[in-house]
Design a protein around this ligand. Structure first.
Ligand SMILES: *Cc1c(COP(=O)(O)O)cnc(C)c1O
Length: 712
């Protein structure tokens, strides 16, 4: 079966010798292959930055004269040939890990459903960690040669762009996506857009399908902006996480039920159905409905399908799971229960959840009950999930509740800085990425000269500082930026000062303001003579989350005070591009969630593999990685009696570890101004984080713990 269902457009009118750049622009493989990325960037570095790294726009807007020049540049053409020879070899690779190790998976596709996918900054259909995890999952599936097809949404309005006012208030800009500029192609059949239909009690909604090529893996995106649908229905898939429940439930019906139909229309018969979070759980009902329609009872249908369903939960609090009041289920799903051979009560009973404010239909309960494979995303999150869902398995002891865990990982090639990757290639050999999850490889890191590592670290920090300043310069030049905003956005950042990064969604449990618990003490820390410390904050709050926005404002009001000397900084509009600069460029990556609410976390993994040292609460992944030598812990590996006590003790260790350990170690230099002790920790971080917290390790675990079992 051919992997992709779309035709590439031949719209760029490129010189013949450069024609394949058009093909590359439509396969996101280029995003995790620095040589391929440079092929686009080298056409015109300034334009590349201005277009936010969009190769499709680049190829459309670049001057023909420049292309004619490039075509005659022997050095460019040499890289061009190499990149395309790598690309072709990659697409054809018959001996990738999956077919080699698990031939039983060949022609047994895995369907992977997620509400968001974070693949690249030009495709803003993600809001945070969940999306970036799904994106990395696809890149790794492609690398491993896993037969996976993914299902999500094409959000016509993208995710919002963040602006911070002089007073620190978050404003949101919505920029409609221009689909022609995106690496997404409409799926057609006989020259017409392919559509599928989803019924609601009073109407039918048509949905079209876009295809994004992620290496060898196709990602399908559903889009209800189709002629014939009502205005409201055309907006159904326009935005990520509508806050009103009516739209939310309809979106989830489209994803779960429409997603199954879309895969069928595309010719798929998946052997494994993986739900990344509960938003897609209605797919369980659609798969059962298919069998009931062909004569099975509901019980038989569930019996037949449950074994192939896999559910990954990401939320450690009951309220984090989507739940809908029963009247809303009536409103949008009443047509479904007769088709399942159920009455209303029986239908509610599938996922009834007793809440203080009444009964609800819980997507989490639905997914847990009707999936044979269930996993949390770190060891501690596994414990929390088994406790949280014990009521569904009352006959079992808590530790026997059948929810396992697969700790998250990140896609190494996607997140590791090119300069560091090159250093490792020099030391380990050209094929080291093929062995990246083998601990033996990392033992070789001990032999790397510490000065070489330091040179890379300094380079990455200078690059970050340069990038921040150019961003501010751009905003200042184009007007509308107040001097206070200029200062707060990092113009005074010093490339040689100890730099701490704190960037993530501004959800209150992440406690972004923990470091502000004692402002006087913080001012003392950042303003020590000869040992300056700077902290770079970034992150968006959900547009409907006022407490999150207040947290940003609280930080911003400190950031803009003259007393901080420009050493506290807030950078607007955190996205994958800014994340890349930050995780690669800072010295310390700080994370202060209220334990155990960070199910896993992944940004710290990205930092750790680049040699930025984690300084974090022992929650999620860091609790599994921290070994006393690869970074620092905030607080202990235990539960606290109350949030207030936890905040107070965590703040105390936060300050004292900075004062007594982190700052002195960073500024302890040898005669050549190299911080040797610090770099020993950097080595230890790269060595311990990269193999263990890679999607390579993670996806192999998904295959071996969950996907193979689902094949039966
Ligand atoms: C990795 C990443 C995240 C996840 O960060 P956490 O701190 O683990 O929650 C969120 N947003 C972006 C843009 C990322 O790249």
């Amino acid at each position: 079966m051919n992997t992709f269902r779309t035709q590439l457009p031949d719209s760029f009118n490129l010189p013949k010798k450069l024609a394949r750049l058009g093909e590359l622009a439509y396969n996101l493989w280029w995003t995790w292959n620095p040589n391929a990325t440079r092929l686009f960037a080298r056409l015109d570095f300034a334009l590349w930055e201005r277009l936010n790294h969009n190769p499709i726009r680049m190829l459309r807007e670049i001057k023909r004269a420049r292309l004619d020049e490039v075509e005659k540049d022997a050095d460019y053409m040499y890289s061009y040939k190499r990149v395309f020879s790598d690309f072709d070899a990659y697409l054809a690779q018959p001996d990738a890990w999956s077919p080699r190790t698990h031939p039983e998976l060949i022609n047994r596709p895995i369907a992977y459903f997620s509400m968001e996918f974070g693949l690249h900054e030009t495709l803003p259909i993600y809001s945070g960690g969940l999306g970036v995890l799904s994106g990395d999952h696809l890149k790794e599936a492609s690398d491993l040669g896993l037969p996976l097809a993914a299902m999500g949404f094409m959000y016509a309005q993208g995710y919002f762009t963040q602006r911070i006012t002089e007073d620190g208030w978050q404003e949101t800009l919505n920029n409609p996506l221009v689909f022609d500029d995106l690496p997404a192609l409409p799926v057609c059949e006989n020259g017409e857009r392919l559509t599928i239909e989803v019924e609601f009690p009073d109407r039918v909604v048509s949905v079209q399908i876009w295809e994004v090529r992620v290496g060898r893996v196709p990602l399908y995106l559903l889009d209800s902006n189709v002629e014939g649908n009502s205005e409201n229905d055309r907006l159904l898939t326009a935005r990520l996480y509508w806050s009103d429940l009516d739209r939310r439930i309809m979106q989830e019906v489209v994803l779960g039920i429409g997603g199954v139909r879309a895969l069928r229309a595309l010719g798929y018969n998946p052997s494994v159905w993986h739900m990344n979070e509960g938003h897609a759980a209605f797919l369980i009902l659609e798969r059962a409905r298919e069998l009931v329609a062909s004569g099975y009872t509901f019980e038989q249908a569930i019996e037949q399908t449950r074994g192939q369903n896999i559910f990954t939960t990401h939320t450690p609090v009951p309220a984090g799971n989507d739940e809908f009041p029963l009247w809303l289920m009536d409103k949008y799903l009443a047509a479904i229960w007769p088709q399942l051979g159920l009455n209303q009560e029986q239908f509610y009973n599938l996922a009834r959840h007793q809440q203080p404010h009444g009964e609800t239909f819980s997507m989490g309960v639905l997914a847990l009950r009707f999936s044979e494979g269930r996993n949390a995303v770190s060891e501690l999150h596994g414990q929390v999930s088994r406790k949280m869902w014990h009521s569904l398995w009352q006959d079992k002891k808590e530790e026997d509740v059948p929810i396992t865990y697969v700790t998250n990982g990140v896609h190494t090639a996607n997140w590791m800085a090119r300069r560091l990757r090159n250093l490792l290639t020099d030391e380990f050999g050209a094929d080291w990425l093929d062995h990246l999850d083998e601990p033996e490889l990392w033992a070789k890191l001990d032999d790397i000269q510490i000065e070489k590592l330091w040179a890379v670290r300094l380079h990455l920090k200078r690059k970050l500082v340069f990038y921040l300043r150019e961003r501010v310069r751009d905003r200042w030049t184009h007007g509308g930026f107040h001097p206070v905003q200029v200062v707060s956005s990092g113009v005074m950042v010093n490339p040689y000062a100890l730099t701490i990064g704190f960037a993530r969604r501004f959800a209150t449990y992440k406690r972004a303001s923990l470091i502000l618990s004692d402002v006087e003490r913080l001012l003392n820390i950042i303003n020590r003579p000869n040992m300056p410390v700077q902290i770079i904050f970034a992150g968006k709050a959900h547009p409907a989350d006022d407490p999150g926005k207040q947290l940003i404002q609280k930080i911003y009001r400190q950031v803009k005070r003259a007393e901080t000397g420009g050493r506290l900084v807030f950078i607007e509009d955190y996205d994958m591009n800014l994340a890349r600069y930050l995780v690669q460029g800072v010295d310390v990556w700080m994370n202060t969630p209220r334990r155990p609410l960070e199910a896993s976390g992944t940004s710290g993994m990205k930092a750790g593999l680049n040699g930025a040292l984690n300084f974090s609460v022992l929650d999620g992944w860091w609790r599994e990685s921290y070994n006393g030598k690869n970074g620092w812990a905030i607080g202990e590996d235990k539960e606290h009696v109350s949030p207030e006590v936890q905040d107070a003790t965590d703040a105390e260790t936060l300050y004292s570890t900075l004062e007594n350990e982190i700052i002195p170690l960073f500024y302890d230099r040898d005669i050549k101004d190299v911080p040797r002790g610090w770099l020993e920790r950097v080595k230890e971080s790269i060595k311990t984080v990269t193999p263990q917290f890679s999607t390579r390790r993670m996806l192999k675990e998904y295959v071996e713990k969950l996907y193979l079992k689902a094949l039966g």
